[in-house]
Design a protein. Structure first.
Length: 312
């Protein structure tokens, strides 16, 4: 990092939101914050002990440069319009006093072990357990740094599949940072194709794949289920298909034929569901003759491991 960037004054942007809204709020903030967004549960002592169990802190960092006031205005406007759908608190803007701003945001990211095989490591840190497969991620303008329960559940279910078999190919729908596709390949999958409707997410996913040494085994493109089914990408079906998205988007993808992307005998991993949203998704899966094989839960978040359509 250049010295002038280290000395650049920075402002911390944060707001406490319901767990269900965290991913959406983070996505809004990443449009304007170049150093990533953190989703975390505040410690009880920081919140006076009266914080609701379903609240999380969404935090990012904004440079106080020539575009600061304009970006600040756009953040307020974007959150205002989002708040018309579901009420949101006002974002807090706090100037960071430290000369080296990087310690203020990097300290929030720590290596995270998942299962017995995978360690998610920020790119500026060393893998603390060399016996585990490291997944290096540099927080950027794409969701999926491994800190949110829905991402962790998806990775745990992918690990469960990989313990049973090594799929020759993986499809990651709504890939974000590319974390699911990259992890699958580093853990043994032959290749992976990730798609997302956000061009910035695709760019970040490609960069993350290169940083993890799997650029040649992965491909990230702009698109979704309809484009895959139309044959626009290298894969039309895969033995392992994953989608970590909010419930309305998962429902939409199921309408568009998500289960038809799963090769006969393969597996489908779904995550991003709150506990009270699982029932309608399971009913939709059953309409496609898809069986739920396993269910994992972290707090109010649920991930599902499903089989391929029974009619193959």
């Amino acid at each position: 990092m250049a010295d002038d960037e280290r000395k650049q004054p920075w402002v911390e942007v944060s707001l406490l939101v319901e767990d269900e809204l965290a991913e959406t709020v983070a996505e809004v903030l990443t449009r304007y914050l170049s150093r990533g967004v953190v989703i975390e549960r505040p410690a009880e002592e920081e919140s006076g002990g009266d914080r609701g169990r379903d609240e999380v802190q969404v935090t990012g960092y904004l440079a106080q440069d020539a575009q600061f006031e304009e970006r600040k205005k756009k953040i307020r406007e974007a959150l205002y319009y989002l708040g018309r759908i579901r009420p949101l608190p006002e974002p807090e803007f706090s100037e960071i006093e430290s000369e080296d701003w990087s310690t203020a945001w990097q300290e929030r990211y720590r290596p995270l072990q998942l299962g017995g095989r995978l360690m998610i490591v920020p790119t500026w840190l060393e893998n603390p357990q060399p016996d585990l497969v490291p997944l290096y991620l540099d927080p950027g303008m794409a969701f999926g740094s491994g800190t949110h329960p829905s991402t962790q559940l998806a990775l745990e279910l992918i690990l469960e599949v990989l313990e049973l078999e090594t799929p020759e190919a993986v499809l990651d729908i709504g890939c974000g940072s590319g974390i699911l596709a990259i992890a699958a390949v580093k853990l043994g999958a032959g290749r992976a194709v990730g798609v997302d409707v956000d061009p910035e997410s695709v760019r970040i996913a490609r960069a993350n794949a290169a940083a993890n040494g799997v650029g040649e085994q992965t491909a990230f493109q702009i698109g979704s289920v309809p484009e895959i089914r139309a044959g626009q990408f290298a894969l039309r079906k895969a033995p392992l298909v994953a989608a970590n998205l909010i419930a309305p988007l998962l429902h939409q993808l199921l309408e568009e034929g998500l289960t038809e992307l799963v090769a006969p005998g393969g597996h489908l991993v779904l995550s991003g569901l709150l506990e009270d949203q699982v029932g309608p998704i399971i009913r939709k899966l059953r309409e496609s003759q898809v069986e739920v094989l396993d269910r994992k839960q972290q707090a109010d978040w649920v991930g599902l491991l499903c089989g391929s359509p029974m009619d193959g």
